[in-house]
Write a new protein. Structure first.
Length: 178
């Protein structure tokens, strides 16, 4: 039997969590839980074969109480452990978060720059993107000193590269006759 890809596993479980949260009418709360779970590094230990099911349940109860997780999120963690796919949790949460934002009419744009934009530049960029995409936009920064200047925008699977590095590479290729 062929193993499922990481992307397919993440999408399958993220879709299941989204639908469960929607059905339970706790989508916003589960989205909050997903953000909290993204910041917990120790959850990978729950996938350890050296822990008994009882120990895993006790650890999940501790995490649930510490983070105030919903029943839907807590049950979901138990399912990931039972199905032996907890190691994919971060990918599942990323896919879930993207689906939640899309459901809310929000687009997450990842912006790569040498240094963060000023507030004025950020507002101009957000307004321009919102006008073009016809959705609310939130920015997520990724600093990249190799760009030399300019920026790269990642909108879903679309990449807009307006960096100095890209312009230099384009100029170099033109000079080579490529």
């Amino acid at each position: 039997m062929k193993k499922a890809s990481k992307i397919k596993i993440a999408k399958t479980y993220a879709d299941a969590l989204f639908e469960a949260a929607l059905t339970a009418k706790c989508l916003k709360e589960v989205a909050r839980d997903a953000c909290a779970l993204k910041n917990i590094d120790c959850l990978d230990h729950l996938a350890s074969p050296f822990l008994s099911n009882k120990q895993k349940d006790e650890l999940i109860d501790i995490v649930q109480k510490k983070l105030g997780l919903t029943k839907t999120s807590t049950d979901f963690l138990r399912i990931l452990i039972e199905d032996k796919v907890l190691l994919h949790l971060q990918s599942v949460l990323d896919v879930f978060n993207n689906r939640f934002l899309d459901y809310q009419g929000i687009v997450k744009v990842i912006i790569e720059t040498v240094q963060p934009l000023t507030k004025a530049q950020e507002q101009i960029l957000i307004k321009g993107l919102e006008k073009k995409l016809k959705k609310e936009v939130i920015l997520d920064y990724k600093l990249n000193e190799s760009l030399l200047g300019g920026l790269i925008l990642h909108i879903g699977s679309i990449e807009i590269d307006d960096s100095v590095l890209n312009k230099l590479k384009t100029l170099e290729n033109m000079m080579k006759g490529c």
